[in-house]
Design a protein around this ligand. Structure first.
Ligand SMILES: C[S@@+](CC[C@H](N)C(=O)[O-])C[C@H]1O[C@@H](n2cnc3c(N)ncnc32)[C@H](O)[C@@H]1O
Length: 292
């Protein structure tokens, strides 16, 4: 299953301010946003990034017809400065990041993102070495509880961590299904939302250092944008949204950004109906006003 892009129209309206500009899509994924933009604005160029091998393969399948308008780098967007320097690019007109997991990653049971996976992995970039399996089978109870609390805001983090340590005595925990069952031994498992959601979110964020990557990206963007260039960020949970909000606030008070979305943009009912995974998406946009 391929990924359906979130709010492509809104993204295009906010991002593109220079009809002949150079833009960066930090999270190419299935290429939905990139190709929407290239089709809508014929004269723009895009540098696309994604650290996932499947996204990279997808780029090479789809790039035909767009030669000279798009290049791709398989890299972590936290390295944006060095990626652009390697392409001899100093400044860009806009940057988009649609952070999180794509439907393709989520739906692939060999990646371990979903509850019914028969592995415990969760790496978006398989070149990295730390997996969810290693964390679950080797971290101390305190460290596990901290991860579940900090990145999942899981209130039963300590009990879940203790249940994992107890279960480890009976052998290695190797699948997402086993982990889900351990969480279900602590939390009631009869509600509408899967009770393991927070633990899985926490592990994924930790395995991929998602918040660290976002912070590193945000700190480099002001230097990379041309004056009137824009940053468009789509986030899916409150931890990311908080980081983005604070970064924008600081840059506004330093006279670097102007907020274009005083109120965060959320998905319409119609879009949630046709793409339920988009329901928690939030867009925030800022424009660089300083000419530094
Ligand atoms: C929600 S999907 C993006 C979907 C895309 N906008 C589209 O329209 O098809 C998120 C993508 O971001 C990538 N990603 C997440 N964190 C990343 C990082 N730090 N560096 C590079 N890519 C990252 C994931 O591998 C995934 O493919």
């Amino acid at each position: 299953m391929y990924h359906t892009s979130v709010m492509p129209l809104e993204v295009s309206q906010y991002l593109v301010n220079n009809m002949k500009g150079l833009y960066v899509d930090c999270t190419f994924g299935a290429g939905g946003h990139t190709f929407y933009l290239l089709n809508k604005f014929e004269k723009i160029k895009i540098i696309a990034l994604d650290w996932d091998e499947a996204a990279s393969n997808r780029f090479f399948e789809l790039r035909e017809g767009f030669n000279g308008k798009i290049v791709f780098a398989r890299d972590n967007f936290r390295n944006i400065k060095s990626v652009l320097a390697g392409m001899k690019v100093n400044k860009i007109d806009g940057i988009l990041a649609d952070i999180g997991v794509s439907s393709k990653q989520f739906g692939d049971l060999k990646r371990g993102f979903s509850f019914n996976s028969n592995v415990l992995d969760m790496r978006m970039d398989k070149r990295n070495t730390l997996t969810a399996k290693e964390i679950i089978n080797s971290y101390s109870s305190d460290d596990l509880a901290d991860i579940f609390y900090k990145y999942g805001e899981e209130r039963k983090s300590r009990q879940i961590a203790d249940a994992i340590i107890l279960r480890r005595r009976r052998g290695i925990i190797s699948t997402a299904l086993e982990l889900r069952d351990i969480v279900c031994s602590v939390k009631r498992c009869d509600g509408r939302i899967n009770p393991a959601t927070k633990v899985f979110q926490a592990l994924r964020i930790f395995v991929n250092d998602e918040l660290g990557n976002l912070e590193a990206l945000l700190s480099d963007v002001p230097k990379l944008l041309n004056q009137y260039g824009r940053i468009v960020l789509i986030s899916f949970h409150s931890l990311e949204d908080r980081i983005i909000k604070q970064d924008f606030k600081k840059n506004v008070s330093d006279g670097i950004y102007k907020l274009l979305t005083k109120k965060v943009i959320t998905v319409s009912k119609e879009e949630v109906y046709s793409n339920p995974r988009s329901r928690s998406a939030k867009i925030r946009v800022a424009e660089k006003v300083s000419n530094a």
